[in-house]
Design a protein around this ligand. Structure first.
Ligand code: ADP
Length: 201
């Protein structure tokens, strides 16, 4: 069974993934995969450089994310082109990770993705788990973690899927507004639930 874990910025997706890992549950993060497929030597990076030149690389030969971001911000067609290069490869790589985790001894595994619903990745999972926090907590935690001010954090939150829409798509919800102990308890309860579901199916 694949559980798709999602939530807004700083809702606690990575924290939750680590808590499941403590129960022996493997996971893959779609953001990590998106970075992986443009690492040096990867075909997607070669394609970007072939189309847009060496300015897309930094001094170490890594993708110059800022240059790429500015380019696709300026040119909508290039954003579409980039997505056509990235999305199929991200999907293929995620599928490969899911296959590997399916073959492992773990009873279930997680796909952690900030854009689970928006990207269509929810089609790759059997159930969805939304990590939920009130917007005010989200702003505080984003500002504390990412070195942005509250107005910038608010702008990021405003650009994301609204909280109520995300919750409406959830099979299960973790309320991460409390302390670490409460989070650990909710993860333990869900772990029991998921193991029971796997055993019965
Ligand atoms: P995401 O992966 O969704 O962006 P993180 O797991 O990185 O979110 O959590 C965002 C920030 O909030 C991190 O700095 C993390 O340590 C902190 N955090 C997560 N859960 C809690 C909690 N229950 N109480 C206090 N801080 C938390």
């Amino acid at each position: 069974m694949t559980i798709g874990v999602t939530g807004g910025i700083a809702s606690g997706k990575s924290t939750v993934a680590r808590a499941f890992e403590a129960h022996g549950i493997p996971w893959v993060d779609a953001d990590d995969v998106a970075r992986e497929i443009v690492a040096p030597g990867e075909p997607a990076l070669d394609e970007i450089v072939a189309r847009h030149g060496q300015a897309m690389l930094d001094a170490e030969g890594q993708l110059n994310r800022r240059a790429l971001r500015e380019l696709v911000f300026r040119e909508a067609d290039e954003r579409a082109w980039l997505e056509s290069v990235m999305h199929p490869r991200i999907r293929q790589r995620i599928l490969a990770y899911l296959e590997r985790m399916r073959e492992s001894q773990a009873p279930y595994h997680l796909l952690v993705s900030p854009l689970l619903f928006e990207s269509g990745q929810f089609r790759l999972v059997d159930r969805t788990l939304v990590i939920d926090i009130p917007e005010s907590v989200q702003i505080t935690r984003t500002a504390a973690r990412d070195d942005v001010n509250e107005a910038q954090a608010q702008a990021i939150v405003d650009a994301q899927m609204p909280r109520h829409e995300r919750l409406a798509c959830a099979d299960d919800v973790i309320d991460n507004s409390g302390e670490a102990k409460s989070l650990a308890e909710q993860v333990a309860t869900l772990d029991r639930k998921y193991r029971a579901l796997c055993a019965s199916s």
